[in-house]
Design a protein around this ligand. Sequence first.
Ligand SMILES: NC(=O)c1ccc[n+]([C@@H]2O[C@H](COP(=O)([O-])OP(=O)(O)OC[C@H]3O[C@@H](n4cnc5c(N)ncnc54)[C@H](OP(=O)(O)O)[C@@H]3O)[C@@H](O)[C@H]2O)c1
Length: 256
Amino acid sequence: MYAMIITSDFKPGDRVFTPTNHGQGGQGSYAQFTLANQDRVARIPDSLGFEQAAALPVAALTAWQALFDRGGLVAGQTVLIHGGAGGLGGFAVQFARWAGARVAATCSTANVEYLQGLGVARVIDYRREDISQAIHAWEPQGLDFLLDAVGVSTLPDALDLVKSGGTLVSIPTLVDDGDFAAAAAAAQAKGVTRIFSTMSDSNCAANLRTIAALLADGKIALPPIRVLPLTEAAEAHRIIQSGHNRGKLVLKVADL
Ligand SMILES: NC(=O)c1ccc[n+]([C@@H]2O[C@H](COP(=O)([O-])OP(=O)(O)OC[C@H]3O[C@@H](n4cnc5c(N)ncnc54)[C@H](OP(=O)(O)O)[C@@H]3O)[C@@H](O)[C@H]2O)c1
C-alpha cells in the first residue's frame, strides 16, 4: 500500500507506515492508495521491508496503548497476556518484557515454544492447564496487570486473578464481549482498574516511531508473518476467523 503524503513533515518517496484512518470512517488498507492523517504516520525503519512494516501498525499500537497509554504498566509488575500468540499478543509480551515486567502468557500447545522463545517467564498451555491454578501458583498474591486479547468469555475468572489495586485491560474483539457495565462494576467493587482499550488516535505517530526504534535496536522482533496475495483475501479471513493464527497475516495488494 502506498500512502500519499500531503504534509511538510514528509516528502514524496518516503517509506511510511500507518494504521490508516480506519475506525474513523476513513479508508482501510486493502488498496494501493489510501489516506492517513499526519499524526497517524511514521517512517519505516530501513531494516524493514514493506511486507514486514504492514504487519505492525494496528497490532502493535493496540498493544502499546493498552499496556502503557491506558494501562500504565511499569517495571517490576507481574502481567498475564491472555492470547500471547496472536498478532497483538506477540507485540504485547515483548513490550511488557521490554518495560521490565514479569510476564506470563496463555496459548495453545502448538505455540508454547514460540512464546518461550519470546522470553515469556510462564507460558500457560490453556489446552493442558487450568489458567487460574497456574496463575495462583506463579503469583499467589495475584497479578498486577492482566491484558485480555482473546475475549471476556474465554477467561471468565479474569478478575479473580488480579489483585486489588491492579489493572485488568480487555481489547474489544469481534466476538461477544459480554456486559461491559457489569464487568466494570465488579472490578470497581474489588478495587481493580477496569479498562476496555480499542486502538485510538492518541499518540499514533509518536508511538509508531518509538516502536520502530525498538525494532531497529533489536529490543523487540516482529512476530512471524505470512504473506498472501489480495486474491486470497477470503482465505486470509478464514484463517483469522479460525482464531488460531500465529503472528500476523499480510495481504499483498501490489508488487512494488
Ligand atoms: N479493538 C481494537 O482496537 C482491536 C485492535 C486489534 C485487534 N483487536 C481484536 O483483538 C483480538 C486479538 O487480535 P490479534 O490480531 O492478536 O488476533 P489474531 O492474530 O487472530 O490472534 C488470535 C490468537 O488468539 C489465541 N487464542 C485463541 N483462543 C485462545 C484462548 N482461548 N486462550 C488463549 N489464546 C487464544 C490464538 O493462539 P492459539 O492458537 O495458541 O490459541 C491466536 O494466536 C482479535 O479479536 C481482534 O479482533 C481489537
